[in-house]
Design a protein around this ligand. Structure first.
Ligand SMILES: NC(=O)c1ccc[n+]([C@@H]2O[C@H](COP(=O)([O-])OP(=O)(O)OC[C@H]3O[C@@H](n4cnc5c(N)ncnc54)[C@H](O)[C@@H]3O)[C@@H](O)[C@H]2O)c1
Length: 312
């Protein structure tokens, strides 16, 4: 296969930069569009990629970045449920209008396929576990609403514009190297690793028995690259996860064992918009994308702890 000209929006972020590393490694020609709001230039250090600093909310900027591109991996977004509860307007502008700009630019430039990074949050408190893609969507948080709206635009474009292809990936809780523990809205795994390593207490919202389908980033990257090629994937949404749930307490204890340090937990009330349990049915991704998670939770936590402790 020849070199693919790929645009990765949000390519300086956590998952985006892991994707860019994998694409470059297999010989793809890669361009990144990022405004560095939550992403970081250091995540792309030493890589031969074209970096366009730009704003997803500007059609002109997105269009310029899309020129000559064959595949768009659209990961640029404002993540975090609490952020969207705090400021739904900005989450909507970036996640929904930004996605519309990406889709329009891709349509106008004749891009072969757009792969969109959606989220488990579109399901809300799912009545059936494990949750398959046919489960009715019912997002609780504004973040989940933005992801669902963006998903629907992707699917709509794949239906109304001739030869336009889009694939939606619903990532579950992703963790791994280059996930920042520093932001006010940082995810649990990097926060736990940084705090436990520093001998500080960790904060758990709820009783810690809530479960998540924690997914190591290399698995997500593999699924994302497969989604750009797989036949039969156009116009569909796929769960991307490990396919097995673990409690937040279990993850915290496992990190303690890996680091060889005690875990001091502080419990706070659950946060608005948070769900109790999350567990993905990944049969569709297995069948259509040929996806199989390669790195399990324990191995992934070990690799993540190693990377984060080396950096903080
Ligand atoms: N991390 C997870 O567990 C998870 C789960 C489900 C879905 N997702 C989705 O995966 C994608 C990547 O998430 P991540 O965890 O790597 O987050 P991240 O915050 O590390 O990456 C997002 C990137 O988008 C960039 N960005 C944000 N706003 C922008 C704007 N207005 N213009 C241009 N660039 C902008 C940021 O600078 C950053 O580099 C997001 O779409 C997110 O919603 C992540």
């Amino acid at each position: 296969m020849g070199r693919v000209k790929a645009l990765v929006t949000g390519g300086a972020g956590f998952i985006g930069s892991n994707l860019v590393h994998a694409l470059v490694e297999r010989g793809d020609e890669v361009r990144v569009l990022d405004n560095f709001s939550t992403g970081n230039r250091a995540n792309l250090e030493g890589l031969d990629v074209e970096v366009v600093e730009g704003e997803l909310r500007s059609y002109e900027r997105v269009h310029a970045a899309t020129r000559g591109v064959e595949v768009v991996y659209h990961l640029g977004a404002l993540g975090s449920v609490p952020r969207s509860v705090q400021d739904p307007l900005t989450s909507n502008a970036v996640n929904v209008e930004g996605t519309l700009n990406v889709l329009l630019a891709a349509r106008d430039e004749g891009v072969r396929r757009v792969v969109f990074s959606s989220s488990t949050s579109v399901y809300g408190t799912s009545p059936s576990l494990p949750t398959s893609e046919s489960t009715p969507t019912d997002p609780i948080s504004p973040y989940g609403v933005t992801k669902l709206a963006a998903e629907r635009y992707c699917i709509s474009f794949s239906r109304v514009y001739h030869s336009f292809e889009a694939v939606v990936l619903r990532y579950f809780n992703v963790f791994g190297p280059r996930q920042s523990p520093q932001s006010q809205y940082a995810a649990a795994v990097p926060l736990f690793i940084a705090a436990i390593d520093a001998g500080e207490p960790i904060t758990i919202y709820g009783d810690g028995e809530q479960s998540r389908d924690f997914t190591y980033v290399a698995n997500v990257v593999d699924a994302t690259i497969r989604a750009a090629e797989a036949s039969g994937a156009n116009g569909r949404a796929f769960n991307i996860a490990a396919g097995s749930p673990a409690s937040v307490n279990h993850v915290a204890e496992t990190i303690g064992v890996i680091l060889g340090k005690p875990v001091e937990k502080r419990f706070e009330p659950p946060r608005p918009g948070d769900i109790r349990d999350s567990w993905a049915d990944i049969a569709a991704a297995r069948e259509i994308l040929g996806y199989e998670p390669q790195v399990d939770l324990a191995a992934g936590l070990e690799l993540t702890a190693e990377a984060i402790v080396a950096r903080v």
